[in-house]
Design a protein around this ligand. Structure first.
Ligand SMILES: [Zn+2]
Length: 189
């Protein structure tokens, strides 16, 4: 079950499934239940970090496409690099993220923290779940940089690949600034 808050009333509810579709969020309270639509602005998904590895939070943020310059949505999971498969949730636990920091990379590129976190393209298990749930947003594409095929976001305007490093770097900036990232969906499997 996914917990969320109706901001206007402060009411906490539990949904069977919940999906943000732009300014509307579609909620179902049981598997075959009716769909309810809420204004996304009035609804806050509460993170439910769980032990174990059968849960993934899908995060969403908007960035300018490096190719066409228009805004596009980037989606990714954020998992700690410490083999727990725990979702990284806001407020960001920087000390835990720094424990597995890639220090040599950080020293080479000090403008990026290189926190110990996994994003889309790093963990095959979660990559597959995101590909299955968002086939229109994520595609397996070839990356010249790493000479590998891996799943990545594609620009919704021009189709350009938004590679792993771009996503990882942006997440590092957001975490460093202690800004929240919107939760798009939580998936239990
Ligand atoms: Zn583009």
């Amino acid at each position: 079950m996914i917990k969320f808050e109706i901001i206007r009333t402060g009411e906490i509810k539990q949904a069977y499934s919940l999906e943000v579709k732009g300014d509307k969020t579609v909620v179902r309270y049981s598997e075959k239940g009716k769909e309810y639509r809420y204004n996304s602005d009035n609804l806050r998904i509460l993170p439910t970090p769980k032990d174990g590895d059968s849960h993934v939070i899908v995060y969403s943020f908007e960035r300018k496409c490096w190719h066409c310059g228009k805004t596009t949505e980037i989606i990714t999971y954020l998992k700690f690099c410490d083999d727990t498969d725990d979702d990284v949730t806001f407020p960001w636990d920087k000390s835990r993220l720094l424990k597995y920091q890639d220090l040599s990379a950080h020293l080479a590129y000090p403008e990026i923290e290189f926190y110990g976190l996994h994003v889309l393209g790093d963990l095959e298990k979660y990559d597959k779940i995101l590909i299955r749930n968002f086939p229109e947003k994520i595609r397996e594409e070839y990356s010249k940089t790493v000479d590998e095929v891996y799943p990545m976001n594609v620009c919704e305007n021009c189709g350009a690949k938004q590679g792993r490093f771009f996503v990882y770097k942006t997440v590092n900036e957001i975490v460093k600034a202690m800004q929240p990232i919107k939760i798009k969906k939580e998936i239990d499997f």
